[in-house]
Unconditional design. Sequence first.
Length: 264
Amino acid sequence: MFFKDKIVWITGASSGIGEALAKAFAMQGAKLVLSARRMEELERVMKECNLSNENCLILPLDLQNLEDLETLTKTVIAKFSRIDILINNGGISQRSLATETAIEIDRKIMEINFFGQVALTKSVLPILLNQKAGHIVVVSSISGKFGFWLRSTYSASKHALHGFFDSLRLETEANGIKIIIAVPGKIQSNISVHALKSDGSKHNKMDDSHKQGMPAEQCATIILNAIKNNKEEILIGGGETKAVWLKRYFPKWFGMLIRKQAKE
């Protein structure tokens, strides 16, 4: 199997797409590093993956705290000696008007969704370059392709990921590094539940569009296939992904359509 004995580090591994990826990689025989803030949820995911301590490392990580990244990376190398695949999946969404959102909340979203991902990647990158091989997977969002109601800073953070990692791909591909940007649309997960409102409190509600979205397990399978096939960018989801092409080729129609979407 392609992923057998590969060392895969997944952030945001405690739920949603991250959890589904962990289970998919485990079924393929990979060895996992599971990171998120909630230790008990990471332990649950490890158990449900049927992994032993020999094949799995639980490594709690807060993407707002960038000071510990070097130590965490050394911990991974001490256990597994290498890193084959880094999945930058951790992040947080938003449900608030830009005019009502405190700048501290804007900074928090950018810190987690952009600077946290970049800092972790820079911590791991010297190892991948020394190996002259490795995959970096960035889980973006369809909001990284165009703005949407109540998503101003979330959308900005995802746009920023595209700019950074598209550039990084050009700079590192000659050294054997493969970078994939996954662009999910509506996926069944708790991302809307944990989204931040204007005052920093949680939205605490699953949007109807996410309830009806693609199962996270199907999304994970698509991402694994993209890694196998060395894709550079993949759109994942249902009919909502067509909006990306509509914006590119028929921007006026896109503008009319996006204004009619539910503000959730």
